[in-house]
Design a binder for this molecule. Structure first.
Ligand code: ADP
Length: 284
């Protein structure tokens, strides 16, 4: 998709206001890999910038993404690309150059994420709602993780799915078992959408991008990391060394992943339905 003129004009004037009249845009190249928005690499004589844009974006989508990035940045635990500017329809950041993975990068990433997860809040949720992909994410705060998970994560997604009453009944049965499954742990500041496309290895650190931040069970980030094949073993071992996961965490991965799977059903269609059904059958 071609960058709309109005956004291009605004970007140019922002870059001039920040870098001076001497800045020239030399090229704009599409960036692939995103699921929701369009992305462009802006090449200038003052370095490269990353622009993601969406003329149909919900009013607060980029605004809440920026809030999430700033919360993660404030934790001082993991690198977050510098913000340049944003509005309803776009978000412009420092362009980060991807580097190939290495054992050391995986190891540091695991440790950094465990440090992020040590940042806690009295309640589960957040002081504002945000988005998961392009879908609204309800963060109404609750003192108990399993209540939050059922009421703010699963039920809102279920209400968007076109599931049969049998499946809804199966969810009700699983809800009755969830409380006893999870450990009593403090909330953790989460990335909230930690799949392989939402972190980038740089020369000597890892950057997080595209979060859906909230305070939740840290097992949500760990489970999401395993949804599409999993991260490198080194990541999990350094995470566990620094902030050991509670016993039985492997057993809860599928329950946690009901949330991203329902999101995938709602965003990308029924292909993920069978995974949801398999998980339900395991737990009822
Ligand atoms: P979407 O919101 O559509 O999911 P993403 O935020 O995931 O979009 O970004 C789309 C693509 O752009 C991904 O491939 C990602 O690696 C890349 N990307 C995201 N942020 C940056 C950045 N600051 N610099 C360079 N590439 C980036």
């Amino acid at each position: 998709m071609i960058l709309p003129n109005a956004i291009e004009k605004e970007i140019k004037s922002i870059l001039i206001s920040k870098k001076g009249d001497g800045i020239t845009i030399m090229d704009m190249q599409p960036v692939s890999g995103g699921c929701i928005n369009n992305a462009t690499k802006i090449i200038t004589n003052y370095g490269n910038f990353f622009l993601k844009w969406n003329i149909n974006a919900s009013e607060k989508m980029f605004d809440t993404e920026v809030k999430g990035l700033e919360l993660l940045r404030k934790s001082k635990t993991i690198y977050i690309p510098q913000l340049i500017a944003y509005d309803h329809n776009y978000l412009m950041m420092e362009f980060i150059e991807k580097e190939p993975p290495s054992n050391i990068l995986w190891e540091e990433f695991g440790r950094d994420l465990s440090e992020l997860h040590k940042v806690s809040n009295i309640n589960f949720g957040l002081d504002h709602n945000n988005f998961i992909g392009s879908l609204p994410q309800d963060n109404k705060q609750q003192p108990k993780w399993t209540d939050f998970f059922i009421n703010q994560r699963i039920i809102p997604q279920l209400s968007l799915c076109d599931f049969s009453s049998d499946i809804i009944r199966d969810f009700d049965k699983v809800f009755l078992k969830i409380d006893a499954l999870f450990p009593d742990e403090p909330s953790s500041l989460l990335h909230g959408d930690l799949w392989n496309g939402n972190f980038v290895f740089l020369k000597n650190k890892t950057a997080l991008i595209d979060p859906a931040v909230y305070f939740g069970s840290r097992e949500m980030d760990i489970a999401m990391s395993k949804l599409f094949g999993g991260f490198h073993d080194q990541f999990y071992s350094s995470y566990n060394e620094n902030y050991p996961l509670s016993e039985g965490w492997q057993e809860r991965i599928d329950i946690c992943n009901l949330y991203p799977l329902l999101v995938h059903v709602n965003l990308f269609g029924g292909g993920y339905y069978s995974q949801v059904k398999t998980i339900l059958n395991r737990y009822i």
